[in-house]
Design a binder for this molecule. Structure first.
Ligand SMILES: [Fe+2]
Length: 354
């Protein structure tokens, strides 16, 4: 499996990872063969790249943290909630509660979930899918703190609704592909307070979850917004969601930028550790995202090429690699696997993109 830009797709190629449409429904399922009409559709949806089964590479299965069914339901709930706010109807807390329960139960049933790659998202549905991505990451990170299940659920609800205030901001500004003017940026910044005001009045939701929406753009050095809170003034729950929010945004395609690979996004988050971001939260993130996700093509320090076929949960930067080319560039046909956790003198030099 490897990512291929949409302009290089050809009919007959097999889809390796499910693609969702703007409503969060499955547009093209994993395993389907591409047709010209599908490629045209992907172009129309501004989807930049998709994951394709590569016949020459060993096939690897990328584990997903939650089922497609729950993910689709969650995306629908975010969308419905935003529509309820727009039409000034009552927010349906029961639906939010049920879907958070499903996400939480599915994650807790597995023993150590590792996030591999972000979904391919159509640009228009970014906000909905981003909410679900941030919720999953926040739950996983929360497992590294000594919270009760009830507390983790409140964090998950805050994460799920963290950007809900964006519905009150002018759509043209939210969807603007280019750089925002200072004035527009001031408008966007208001979404934290808008979100807090919306959530705090929903019957059944804890005020602490509402504070996550209010504080998710604050930084521990006081340079965030809207209030410029510092260190412990920011709730630990909000600090978790801040880190999850940044990581998920960096690894998602947006209109104005191409997504980063996990090792690149983690590097940026690590650079903010201790200045803008809580070290404890950044460490919690690193325990649950695969630096080199299954399916990544890598060059090892001895010049061999390989593909990541599994991760070591105790050290996510040292995966298990199946060698596909030797140092001289000759293809390897017999199965040769290297577990980097047991090979101190061998490391990953770089990620090969195409
Ligand atoms: Fe936000």
């Amino acid at each position: 499996m490897r990512p291929i830009p949409v302009e290089e797709l050809k009919a007959g190629m097999k889809i390796a990872k499910t693609i969702y449409n703007n409503s969060g429904q499955i547009l093209l399922g994993a395993g389907m063969a591409l047709k010209d009409s599908y490629i045209e559709k992907l172009n129309n949806l501004n989807i930049p790249e998709i994951y394709i089964v590569d016949e020459e590479l060993p096939e690897v299965k990328v584990p997903e943290p939650i089922s497609d069914k729950t993910r689709l339901e969650a995306i629908k709930v975010v969308k419905d909630t935003m529509q309820d706010i727009e039409s000034q109807s009552q927010i349906n807390f029961d639906k939010i509660n049920d879907v958070i329960d499903s996400i939480l139960d599915e994650i807790l049933l597995q023993n150590h979930v590792v996030i591999h790659l972000n979904d391919i998202r159509a640009y228009d549905s970014y906000t909905f899918q981003h909410s679900v991505g941030v919720t999953i990451l926040s739950i996983l990170m929360s497992l590294n703190f000594s919270y009760t299940k009830e507390e983790i659920k409140k964090i998950a609800i805050g994460a799920f609704l963290h950007d809900i205030g964006k519905i009150k901001v002018d759509k043209d500004i939210i969807m603007k592909p280019g750089k925002l003017t200072d004035e527009e940026y001031e408008e966007v910044k208001k979404h934290s307070l808008y979100g807090y005001n919306i959530i705090k009045d929903v019957h059944g939701i804890s005020i602490l979850s509402a504070h996550i929406a209010y504080q998710h753009h604050e930084y521990i050095d006081g340079t965030g917004y809207p209030r410029g809170l510092k260190g412990d003034e920011i709730s630990e729950w909000a600090q978790i969601v801040t880190v999850a929010d940044i990581y998920d945004a960096l690894t998602s395609d947006r209109v104005y930028k191409r997504k980063l690979m996990p090792h690149e996004a983690l590097k940026i988050v690590e650079e903010l550790k201790g200045t803008k971001l809580s070290p404890k939260c950044v460490d919690a993130l690193s325990k649950h995202v695969a630096v080199y996700p299954v399916g990544t093509m890598v060059q090892l320090s001895d010049d061999q090429l390989g593909i990541v076929i599994d991760v070591n949960k105790e050290d996510l930067s040292s995966p298990i690699v199946r060698i596909v080319e030797d140092k001289e560039g000759n293809k390897i046909t017999e199965i040769k696997e290297v577990d980097l956790i047991h090979n101190d003198n061998l490391k990953i030099n770089r990620v090969i993109y195409n």
